[in-house]
Design a protein around this ligand. Structure first.
Ligand code: ADP
Length: 637
């Protein structure tokens, strides 16, 4: 083991006495340096901080007692040990003065060699212990003052504070001085609901020797922190619990996370219950429909079979929608949903959304108001997703509004943003629900008479989709019973950037085309009329075959858009009748049906239709047909 010799500075103006002491100490194994006066002694102390100064009182320049005082006064040298010596007869007075001045011990000369060595040894040992103590205290202080937890030491019997770390001021938001005056004042900040429990547990500490509590602290600014508070008994050699160490840890972040987790867990449970319910709902009618098909197999009861098939179709659509939404949510949360972007015109995706949502709105007898800006508005986005967002909002508006309500869709352009609002006069949304309306699985409390419908994923999906498009969504409601409004904001592209390859360049104003729309669905036709009028076409409508023929004769349409499934006289018959009218020989007949089989197209062609479009109507496709026809018209006047 390497051993560094302690360094002793031997200060005496009497060269003989000094040399004698140096010899003795070197023989005892110490490194010894010498000084003959006070100034030299102080300079050497400053330079290399000896372990011990053997200091004679009588010095020619500065008094030895003064030299000692200056060594001890300076922080840098205060831990240097001083062994004062004096040949004075006036021993005891000098000794008192020396010790008062900070000397660590005092010897009266002449000193016996053994006595000198024994004293130096004892002092150096003391110095080492003091040094270690200082180090350990320093380590404790560094630890206690640099951790975020509040660290306390107190005596448990009649609680008196011995130490508290400065973190108390951060955690409790109060000054440590308050604790000096009244230790238990920390309890005043404990939340009233927790205080009694904490006080009781703390009071039983000495007896139970055990204390662990979680409680809230209310800080002077009103903010609340959650604390985990623990006390550990400190025992003396006889095993008696005489001190307590306490750690108060701020666990607010953990508590917040726990609460969020708890809420999420609760929502997940609710979601699973709703999911089960929603998935089971369509299964009942589906099973009945299958049963019906089985029972009527071979019977001549086509209406029943049609009904059963329709029920099956509707319920399967519903299930598919649920599953699609779930898949979308999963894709979004895994970051796997990508947009198929292209330039899409507002009216095109609104029309597609209406196609999807309208049957539902009609089934609930809602009136739909539509207000779109004139001219084209182009968005660079995913056509399918854009219409999904709108139809989702329309669907909700229809769902959360009592039958016979009003649903409005309004769009307008402000600067380079497109604003779309979907508004209803339905059940409305409370302020509290509004805050979380776009959260996944969030569903408002329902009145008992209103069955849950949906999974609570729709709005969160719309929000994610609109954000993927660089836009935003907001919800407004004046409160329960006062309707709701959802607004979408999307960036728009100024002008149509690149005409789609299939769209023929249009040389004619749409107004030059007169279009007769024939459909027995009053709402469907109203919507389409509005859309086409907004685009600038001149529109007439009819709801059945005879009315269509009559209107055709007076209105002389360039184009007839004809639904095939009309009551009484079906679309094929109407087409054939129209074809027989010479004045209408240049009129373009366009069939609109739900059936896209080659057989159906063939039948349509045979009846005199030039085009066969499939429901839901794709507005872009219709416009392609209309533009091409307008071009033809211009070429062959
Ligand atoms: P779902 O309709 O499947 O429950 P959504 O995410 O579409 O899920 O909607 C979440 C919740 O927001 C609904 O459960 C409903 O409480 C509320 N909400 C949505 N749209 C409306 C609306 N137009 N009027 C009133 N409440 C609505």
């Amino acid at each position: 083991m390497s051993y560094i010799k302690p360094v002793i500075l031997n200060v005496d103006d009497d060269a003989g006495a000094r040399r004698a002491k140096t010899r003795i100490l070197r023989l005892a194994g110490y490194e010894v340096r010498e000084a003959g006066c006070g100034c030299d002694a102080l300079a050497q102390v400053q330079r290399y901080l000896p372990d011990l100064v053997l200091l004679d009182v009588k010095l020619p320049d500065i008094d030895g007692l003064e030299v000692c005082r200056r060594i001890k006064e300076d922080d840098a040298s205060a831990s240097v040990l001083v062994l004062q010596t004096s040949a004075s007869q006036n021993g005891s007075t000098d000794k008192v003065r020396a010790l008062d001045g900070g000397a660590d011990n005092y010897l009266v000369a002449p000193v016996e060699p053994d006595e000198l060595v024994a004293n130096v040894k004892a002092l150096l040992r003391l110095g080492r212990v003091q040094g270690e103590l200082r180090d350990s205290e320093e380590r404790f202080r560094q630890m206690a003052e640099n951790i975020a937890d509040v660290f306390w030491i107190f005596s448990p019997h009649e609680p008196t504070l011995l130490y508290v770390s400065p973190a108390y001021e951060t955690v409790w938001g109060r000054s440590c001085y308050e604790l000096d005056n009244h230790f238990m004042s920390w309890l005043d900040s404990v939340h009233p609901a927790d205080r009694r429990r904490v006080r009781t547990a703390f009071a039983r500490l000495a007896q139970d020797q055990l204390y662990e509590q979680e409680f809230r602290v209310v800080r002077p600014d009103g903010s609340i922190r959650w604390i985990r508070d623990r006390v550990f008994p400190v025992r003396n050699e006889s095993g008696v619990f005489y001190r307590a160490a306490r750690i108060s840890q701020d666990i607010s972040p953990r508590k917040d996370a726990e609460q969020l987790l708890h809420q999420a867990d609760h929502r997940k449970d609710e979601f699973l219950a709703t999911l089960a319910h929603e998935l089971r709902n369509p299964l009942g009618p589906m099973r009945s429909a299958v049963e019906l098909l089985r029972m009527t197999e071979g019977d001549d009861t086509p209406e029943l079979q049609v009904d059963a098939r329709e029920i099956l179709g509707r319920q399967i659509d519903h299930l598919v929608r649920l599953v699609d939404d779930l898949l979308d949510v999963a894709r979004i949360s895994q970051g796997k949903l990508t947009l198929k972007r292209e330039f899409v015109e507002l009216k095109a995706f609104v029309a597609a959304a209406l196609e999807t949502a309208q049957p539902f709105l009609e089934s609930r007898r809602h009136a739909l108001k539509l207000q779109l800006p004139e001219g084209e508005v182009w968005v660079y986005g995913d056509a399918m997703r854009l219409s999904q967002m709108i139809s989702n909002l329309l669907h909700n508006a229809g769902k959360y509004t009592d039958r016979g309500g009003e649903v409005a869709l309004r769009a307008r352009v402000r600067g380079r943003r497109l604003h779309i609002a979907v508004e209803d006069n339905g059940i409305g949304i409370s302020a509290q629900q509004l805050q979380r309306i776009f959260d996944l699985f969030m569903q408002a409390e329902r009145c008992p008479d209103r069955a849950p419908e949906g999974l609570g994923v729709g709005l969160s999906l719309v929000k994610k989709l609109v954000e993927l498009h660089g836009g935003r969504i907001d919800a407004f409601s004046a409160g329960p019973g006062r309707g709701s409004r959802f607004t979408l904001e999307l960036p728009i592209e100024p002008g149509r950037p690149a005409p789609a390859a299939h769209a023929a360049p249009r040389e004619h104003a749409p107004g030059e085309l007169r279009i007769l729309l024939v459909d027995d669905s009053i709402d469907a036709i109203k919507m389409l009329k509005l859309l086409l009028q907004t685009l600038g076409y001149e529109i007439e409508t009819a709801h059945d075959g005879p009315a269509a023929l009559k209107a055709a004769l007076s209105f002389r349409p360039h184009v007839v858009l004809l639904d095939i499934g009309l009551p009484g006289m079906d679309g094929y018959e109407v087409a054939r009748a129209l074809r027989r009218v010479p004045e209408l020989n240049r009129t373009l007949l366009v069939a609109l049906t739900g059936y896209g089989q080659e057989r159906d197209r063939e039948r349509a062609r045979a009846a005199g239709f030039a085009h066969h479009l499939i429901k839901p109507l794709n507005l872009e496709e219709l416009r392609g047909v209309l533009d091409a026809f307008a071009d033809d018209m211009a070429r062959t006047p």
